[in-house]
Design a protein around this ligand. Sequence first.
Ligand SMILES: [Zn+2]
Length: 104
Amino acid sequence: MRHCRITDCPTPAAKRRHFCYRHYHRIRRHGDPHFTTWTVADDQDVATIIREQRPTQGLTRLERVRVAQGLTQLGLPADEIARILTVTPRTVYRWRARDRQPAA
Ligand SMILES: [Zn+2]
């Protein structure tokens, strides 16, 4: 099994790629494997995923949170949102709980 070429990345490379899916996606989308996007979201992608409700990988963290918010507003159960975002239901509950916190 080949590993992702990024130093210290423990993830196996994606099929026929030199990088794991996340790093491959970052390179393809941002030109930078270390691009971490806690603050960046593609609104178009977010809207599409909320509309199509298809399991999706490679989203930025903020995008996943936005999609979870959008799907929550549509009344989707946490289990379903977790499946679409390929995260655990526990993560969805955590995001929801944080959304309920009053703004600091
Ligand atoms: Zn990697």
